[in-house]
Ligand binder design. Sequence first.
Ligand SMILES: *Cc1c(COP(=O)(O)O)cnc(C)c1O
Length: 392
Amino acid sequence: MLFDNHQLEKIKASETPLYYYDLNLLDETLEQAKRAADKRNFHVHYALKANFNDRVLSLIQSKGFGADCVSGNEVQKAIDMGFPADQITFAGVGKSDKEIILSLQHDIFAFNVESIQEMEVIDELAGKLGVVAKVSLRINPNVDANTHHYITTGLDENKFGVPTSELEHAAAVIREAKNVELVGLHFHVGSQITDLNVFKSLCVKVNEWKNWFEERGTQIKVLNVGGGLGVDYQHPDENPIPDFEAYFDIFDRFLERTAQQEVHFELGRALVAQCGSLITKVLYTKSGVKKHFLVVDAGMTELMRPALYQAYHKIERVGDSEETPILYDVVGPICESSDCFGKEVPLPKSHRGDLIAIRTAGAYGEVMASRYNLRNEVRYLYSDTLNLSSSL
Ligand SMILES: *Cc1c(COP(=O)(O)O)cnc(C)c1O
């Protein structure tokens, strides 16, 4: 990562660990995504759960994206940040009554309903409030996302959505429900999907189930195909912005639809992952049996993805070094063996006080931080103002 001298000085003067957000890269990423979507009349809701840092959110909001939420607090946050209620979707297998009522009161764009019982509960609560709930039915299409099994969501064995074997029953419940209006069908098959063929397979399933409903006399206004577009964790500098053109083009070509039917997306990672880096300081160097360790001041408490999904993040030295590279295991201070950011990472011979950047940490990084071991709240720094603040 290239910092200019001014930025480097600010980073060196700041307490670590900290998240560094490159707002210029975020801006350019959002521009490219918006342009590619607008061209095709596609609607994009940003999945707040990937990153709800205030500056990140407000930039996304200012570009005209909708919001995709998975909790009542996220719905409230989206509204507080200025996202229009009629561009907010609410997904999740376990919506509480309180969360449903809040969303009904705000008259959000749609609930992505994940079970028949949830449909009945939303109908009942909407009736009590005297409103009509707009819903999309989340269908589990049994498409393999070819990604890590913890972030695969569209297989029969996953907890998400209504299995296709239950659709006949679901359609009957929707017909009977007096306070529910079916606006669309919703699909989300997984995350960090880099094989665009997965999205082609998804289109085939969406067409199939849309036709299934239409043959039964139910018109579908919205086709919501979820998110999941992956980013290049290996090459953040060569590939800082995902190929949104190619991604949207797949849906443009393979989704069958009329001019009245809207296509909606819920992108999280693809919009925010590359703009964030976790900056950490070397506390100690130590050599074990055939091993060199770099003990850094960030841990799984700041970035959980490696411990949780064995995720790869590129790790590099901040600033220049003349030293020859050595293979290091880069580990954090937390009392867990899984608290390791990378094994055998080539880095210039390092010393106490050196700064390290863990790249592509803008998505599912800061938001997953915990206070385990009574760690400090996460700190962060923005590329433009370079004012250190504390979050969460
Ligand atoms: C997490 C999530 C998304 C966003 O996924 P990304 O892989 O970050 O794009 C979209 N829709 C739903 C329903 C989700 O749960």
